[in-house]
Write a protein that binds this ligand. Structure first.
Ligand code: DOR
Ligand code: ZN
Length: 355
């Protein structure tokens, strides 16, 4: 049995308010605990999006009633809310800016719309960018111009990780995260829906699954990667198998088993997991330590990932049938056993807002 600190997932789509048929604060935090994650940072592309005081209250009220693990909520950057979100910064995980198209309404196309956010959002709280490829280069230029930290979400391409490496070498204040699906799947991976095209249906995700060369570049540049993040983005099977499949995968329950399997194969160390899933996210997002909080893992148990055993409401996983080594046995959160042997023991409302 190994003991790890509780993991922090800095990128989770909880779907409440507005799309609780996909997930809500109850099921998302159950999935988190089952995966050894004791704190989630929730993304703002809900319905409505979280972009002012009243929508922030809407999300935080639900979280307060339902969350079983600790959390904080991101604000979303819109075309005219830079003053509003800057004032709300102390109550939020940070600011999320959607600079490329993805699921939801929040998107800032024009760079003049980025400027007020970079000017006004307090520098001690991170701005998280959904910015792919050349948009990412523009985002990193903004970090340099405004001399403030940015955190790049879900890096997936070789050109991106090399750009971030170069920016770090120039002391530009940039950090980044990588998702398990971009480390373990490629555009050629067989689709669990049987379509096999990797571009539609269940394997639709933003950023898209990339080439083997891109995946290899991420593994070769592990030292440039600050955090692991799931980008847990649940959509129901009916939605994923529809004519117009929304992008996104659930990921909270498969993160740690996949990482532990990589440790078993010698591709990662336990220290890498602790650094990138606890220490770095805590520092980047200025999160207080969770006292008396740990995860017990049976590192020798091999098992098969099955959607039927998961707590997420979306009912599927892109890793169905994968054999992994390392099972989460027990999670203790602030002195209380929150998960043990497949059972969620923390009650709704036990989770705390860390802001
Ligand atoms: O695949 C994705 N799904 N990428 C995103 O950026 C958003 C997410 C979602 O909210 O479904
Ligand atoms: Zn996301």
């Amino acid at each position: 049995m190994i003991r790890l600190p509780g993991l922090i997932d800095p990128h989770v789509h909880v779907r409440e308010p507005g799309q609780t048929h996909k997930e809500d604060w109850d099921t998302a935090t159950q999935a988190a605990l089952a995966g050894g994650v004791t704190m989630i940072l929730a993304m703002p592309n809900t319905k409505p999006p979280i972009f002012d005081a009243s929508t922030l209250d809407l999300a935080l009220d639900s979280a307060k009633q339902k969350a079983r693990c600790d959390y904080a909520q991101f604000l979303g950057a819109g075309p005219d809310n830079a003053d509003t979100v800057a004032a709300l910064a102390p109550k939020a995980a940070g600011l999320k800016m959607y600079l490329d198209s993805t699921f939801g309404e929040l998107r800032l196309d024009d760079m003049t719309l980025w400027m007020p956010h970079f000017q006004k959002f307090p520098k001690d709280y991170p701005i998280v960018l959904h910015a792919e490829s050349r948009t990412m280069a523009a985002g990193i230029l903004f970090a340099a111009l405004y001399d403030r930290p940015v955190h790049i979400a879900h890096v997936s391409l070789k050109e991106e990780i090399l750009l971030i490496k170069a920016a770090k070498e120039r002391s530009i204040k940039v950090t980044c995260e990588v998702c398990p699906h971009h480390l373990f799947l490629t555009a050629e991976s067989p689709s669990p829906s049987g379509r096999g095209d990797g571009g539609e249906g269940r394997l639709a995700v933003r950023p898209r699954l990339a080439s083997q060369q891109d995946v290899d570049a991420l593994w070769e540049n592990l030292d440039v990667i600050d955090c692991f993040a799931t980008d847990h983005a649940p959509h129901t099977l009916a939605e994923k198998d529809s004519e117009n499949p929304p992008p996104g995968f659930p990921g909270l329950e498969t993160l740690l088993p996949l990482l532990l399997t990589a440790v078993d194969l010698g591709r990662l160390t336990l220290d890498d997991i602790i650094q990138k899933s606890v220490i770095n996210p805590r520092q980047i997002f200025r999160i207080p330590e969770q006292p008396e909080t740990w995860v017990e893992v049976d590192e020798n148990t091999t098992y098969e990932i099955k959607a039927a055993e998961q707590f997420t409401r979306c009912g599927w996983t892109p890793f169905e049938g994968w054999k992994v080594k390392g099972r989460v046995r027990k999670v203790v959160l602030r002195g209380k056993t929150a998960f043990e042997d497949g059972k969620i023991l923390a009650e709704q409302g036990y989770g705390r807002n860390v802001r």
